[in-house]
Design a protein around this ligand. Structure first.
Ligand code: SF4
Length: 239
């Protein structure tokens, strides 16, 4: 019997979650509680729409022309997509049978053993680096970073292409020492193809409000273009 995935929504013309035009599947459920989360409504699996992999493929195939002509593919995101490894495995197997590029957007907070098989069918991992400092990581996300480190090392061991994403939040993730420590950590991984700094924005705040949840970053400003550029330079080792 096919597994049913707990899906939040689809985005049919994603342009920021991997190469080309992406069909993005947002999954429901996340074990983290990031203060800057702009998908607060994905934390709980409650209210998810249930889809089999074949049902998702029916949607994906409608956009095949755009995916192919832009050298795009499918990206699973969330929430945390890899807490539903069996569903992602079934979906990605179908994608590979049909020659579709596959990417996972993940916090990396997973058990390596649970996702090894999924990784065999994954072309690219978009991996969040939340914070280099352990205590600040816990404060920012609600979890420690041990599992994430183990997963990051595993991706290096299997030489899986990785794009790192780092959300720059003034006063939370922009400390120079922390950025340098993040660079020191990342430079060990030869499988990292790209490091992207994503400027924090408060556009997701309304989703917290809709859930009657207090927004933890009330009053925090967005970083300037110069600050983003500086963080990018430090993380990439240009300073
Ligand atoms: S991992 Fe992503 S979805 Fe989960 S809380 Fe953090 S930002 Fe939100």
């Amino acid at each position: 019997m096919e597994t049913k995935g707990k899906v939040h929504s689809f985005e049919t013309f994603g342009t920021v979650d991997g190469p080309g035009i992406r069909f993005v599947v947002f999954m429901k459920g996340c074990p983290l509680k990031c203060k800057y989360c702009h998908n607060r409504d994905t934390w709980s699996a409650e209210g998810a729409q249930l889809y089999t992999a074949e049902e998702v493929m029916t949607e994906v195939r409608k956009y095949r022309n755009f995916i192919d002509s832009s050298k795009g593919g499918i990206t699973v995101s969330g929430g945390e997509a890899l807490i539903q490894p069996q569903f992602i495995l079934e979906l990605f197997k179908k994608c590979k049978e049909e020659g579709i590029h596959t990417a996972v957007d993940t916090s990396g907070y997973v058990n390596v053993e649970d996702v090894k098989e999924v990784m065999e069918y994954t072309d690219l991992v978009l991996l969040d680096l939340k914070h280099a400092d352990e205590l600040k990581h816990r404060d920012l996300t609600g979890v420690d970073n041990e599992k994430i480190k183990r997963f990051t090392e595993y991706l290096c061991d299997i030489n899986k292409p990785v794009w790192i994403r780092y959300v720059l939040v003034p006063g939370y993730t922009d400390d120079e020492e922390d950025l340098l420590a993040a660079h020191d950590y990342l430079k060990n991984f030869k499988n990292i193809e790209k490091i992207e700094v994503l400027p924090y924005h408060s556009m997701g705040k309304v989703k917290w409000e809709n859930l009657n949840a207090e927004y933890p970053l009330e009053g925090v400003r967005e970083p300037t273009a110069d600050e983003v550029e500086r963080a990018q330079r430090i993380l990439r080792g240009g300073e």
